[in-house]
Ligand binder design. Structure first.
Ligand SMILES: Cc1cc2nc3c(=O)[nH]c(=O)nc-3n(C[C@H](O)[C@H](O)[C@H](O)COP(=O)(O)O)c2cc1C
Length: 356
């Protein structure tokens, strides 16, 4: 097919992507003990590259041993053994002509204290999310208000994890600023009630993200990508608009665009949903405010939705469809009729059942 936007190459800094399709970051909770994902989970990522994805993201990798872990069995990337485990995965993804990106996160107030070695829960302000922890059915604990010491400690966790990813050979590093986790907690007035240099104005709420990006960029060489992920929704605050309006969102996107980052990834629950009471989608509103390459996701499940999403973004990411259908990229190429999976369908990701 000529002019097939989905399968046209895209230049992302010094990388040429073979198509516009990426595997979205997906937590698998398969790394108890040594914080290294199960072999079948690593193999899954390689298989998605073999089957045609242009980008393969890791799950959200946790950044420090004190307070960053939000789910049991999350992976880390700091020790030599953890780094060595990822090297063959990264090499295999590259051999298939795809690029690999390590996503890293701190869970912030969406914490599960028992699984953090230091048993701490920190957030910009001592306020819990609206919903209960979906895995335990219990309310989230009230977090400690983050201190200057905590901020330095958290930043160094991001930096050390990025160093680990660079040594493992990843083509890119993503800072997870979405979904109601720590960075997102700072950005949103809904979870940030601070009155110091990190609260109140948009500039102040943005400061924490800025400090992390700057510190991480110093250890990510210029020939590797640095990406920031952001969303207007939180996993335990599904009904809440984390940003106050379109103008506040665009202000943050403009600040991000001045950073030494190479792309912005906007996570939505439904890419086609109109945002902030306007008749525009999140991708449209974001694109207006930035010249950076833009990734979008959310209910993109067949050729029609993929093509439509690419009208206002450069790259589409898929989580549920590419998780549950190993042939998703080829099925899109062939314009097959495909189904839209539900969140419950994806629960298999958290079991020890190997995925095809
Ligand atoms: C099993 C599963 C695990 C996920 N884990 C992460 C994660 O670690 N980091 C992240 O940013 N998003 C995570 N997400 C969200 C997806 O990346 C994506 O934003 C969301 O599922 C919407 O895309 P979709 O409609 O294609 O599923 C996860 C989604 C699923 C289904």
């Amino acid at each position: 097919m000529t002019n097939d936007i989905i399968f046209s190459p895209f230049k992302l800094k010094n990388f040429t992507l073979k198509n516009r399709i990426g595997v979205a970051p997906m937590t698998r909770m398969s790394s108890p003990g040594d914080s290294i994902p199960r072999q079948d989970v690593l193999d899954f990522l390689v298989r998605r590259a073999e089957n045609g994805a242009g980008i393969v993201y890791t799950e959200a990798i946790v950044t420090d041993y004190e307070s960053s872990q939000g789910y049991p069995g999350q992976a880390r990337l700091i020790t030599q053994r953890q780094i060595e485990a990822w090297k063959p995965v990264v090499d295999a993804i590259r051999k298939e002509g795809a690029i690999s990106i390590m996503q890293m996160f701190h869970c912030g107030r969406m914490a599960w204290p028992e699984i953090n070695p230091a048993n701490r829960v920190i957030a910009p302000s001592p306020i819990t999310p609206q919903q209960k922890n979906p895995l335990t059915g219990e309310p989230y604990p009230v977090p400690d208000e983050i201190s200057r010491f905590d901020i330095e400690h958290v930043i160094s966790g991001f930096v050390e994890t990025a160093r680990g990813a660079v040594e493992a050979g990843f083509d890119g590093i993503e800072v997870h600023g979405a979904h109601g986790y720590l960075i997102s907690n700072f950005l949103s007035v809904y979870s940030n009630r601070r009155t110091d240099a990190y609260g109140e104005s948009v500039e102040n709420r943005y400061r924490f993200a800025h400090e992390i990006i700057q510190a991480v960029r110093r250890v990510v060489p210029p020939d590797r990508l640095l990406i920031f992920r952001i969303s207007n929704w939180g996993v335990a605050d599904m009904e809440v608009s984390l940003f106050q309006d379109r103008s506040e969102w665009q202000q943050i996107i403009k600040m991000l665009s001045k950073e030494p980052i190479d792309a912005i990834s906007v996570s939505t629950y439904d890419y086609s949903a109109k945002a902030f009471g306007t008749d525009q989608t999140m991708a449209q509103i974001t694109r207006e405010a930035t010249d950076l390459p833009l990734m979008i996701c959310g209910k993109i499940y067949d050729r029609a939705t993929a093509e439509d999403a690419l009208k206002h973004a450069d790259i589409i990411l898929s989580a549920k469809s590419i998780l549950l259908n190993p042939n998703w990229v080829e099925d899109i190429r062939q314009s097959k009729e495909l189904r839209l999976y539900k969140s419950e369908d994806a629960n298999v990701a958290y079991t020890d059942e190997p995925l095809p």
